[in-house]
Design a protein around this ligand. Structure first.
Ligand SMILES: Nc1ncnc2c1ncn2[C@@H]1O[C@H](COP(=O)(O)OP(=O)(O)OP(=O)(O)O)[C@@H](O)[C@H]1O
Length: 259
């Protein structure tokens, strides 16, 4: 069971005279196996919330619990993927994906077998011996996802993992991520700037707003899965997208959600 509870979370940073409160009263519950996206204006605190969920940042008030356990530091129950896949440049793709397992003390044969499995899952079979600089940006992000999945975390925390990719690659990666997620439905918290991406991926979208920011609105996305190009082109998808644009950019862009 790996649900995530954000209980009146406040995140503050040291300021010149007094602390700067970026996020306050952040309340949310992500169900076990749910795919939740977070959107909000630049600087509203999306990354801060994700860092706190990973345990790299301690809330100054409130609490984050994963499977009922208070998050105090990073742990093997969480896999993290950032915008920049941050691979180790001197290691092969195989060794990069096996890295987390090595840290966990998994024996060589077992970790290489497992790493190969996840490299295949993200569509990179045959590139095991390549080094990161020999891959495209999209391929490197695939390696980052394989590395996060290889340790079999219950929760995936993803901070704009496709942010640096071109639009077409980004769409492909989103479809690919859903295909993989569908295999064992991990609990996913995914930060994005992309409205289409937020709707396409999510069971629910958390919209952050306010100053300090919190969850200003929760959008339930009732679209069929598996999702593909036809879902993206559907009228219901368009309505969700328009509604979300309205919330983020103003009432003129909004449309009622009646899927
Ligand atoms: N280490 C830090 N020290 C001081 N202030 C910080 C620090 N990190 C973030 N902040 C501030 O906290 C706020 C939230 O930052 P955060 O990076 O979480 O926002 P974000 O929504 O992820 O932004 P973006 O969409 O631009 O990536 C911002 O005002 C930022 O300036």
């Amino acid at each position: 069971m790996a649900d995530i509870t954000f209980d009146r979370v406040r995140i503050s940073y040291a300021g010149k005279d007094e602390p700067f409160v970026a996020v306050d009263g952040f309340e949310a519950h992500v169900r076990d196996g749910e795919f939740v996206t977070i959107v909000g204006a630049s600087g509203c605190g999306k990354s801060s919330v994700l860092l706190a969920a990973d345990g790299l940042l301690r809330p100054s008030a409130g609490q984050i619990r994963i499977g009922g356990q208070v998050v105090a530091k990073p742990g093997p129950d969480r896999g993290v993927v950032f915008q920049d896949a941050s691979l180790l440049p001197w290691r092969t793709i195989l060794a990069n994906v096996a890295f987390g397992l090595e840290m966990q003390g998994v024996g060589k044969a077992a970790r290489l077998e497992r790493a190969r499995h996840f490299i295949e899952l993200v569509g990179l079979a045959g590139r095991e011996q390549a080094h990161p600089h020999q891959l495209s940006g999209g391929m490197r992000q695939r390696v980052g996802i394989a590395r996060a999945l290889a340790t079999d975390p219950e929760v995936l925390l993803m901070d704009e993992p496709f942010g640096a990719l071109d639009a077409q690659t980004r769409e492909l990666m989103a479809t690919e991520l859903l295909r993989i997620w569908d295999l064992d439905r991990k609990t996913v918290l995914f930060v994005t700037h992309g409205i289409d991406e937020a709707v396409f991926l999510a069971d629910r979208v958390l919209v952050m707003g306010g100053s300090p920011s919190r969850v200003a609105e929760v959008m339930e996305i009732d679209l069929p899965r598996p999702r593909d190009a036809a879902v993206r082109a559907s009228e219901a998808f368009g309505k969700y997208r328009a509604h979300l644009a309205g919330l983020l950019f103003g009432a003129d862009a909004a449309a009622p959600v009646t899927p």
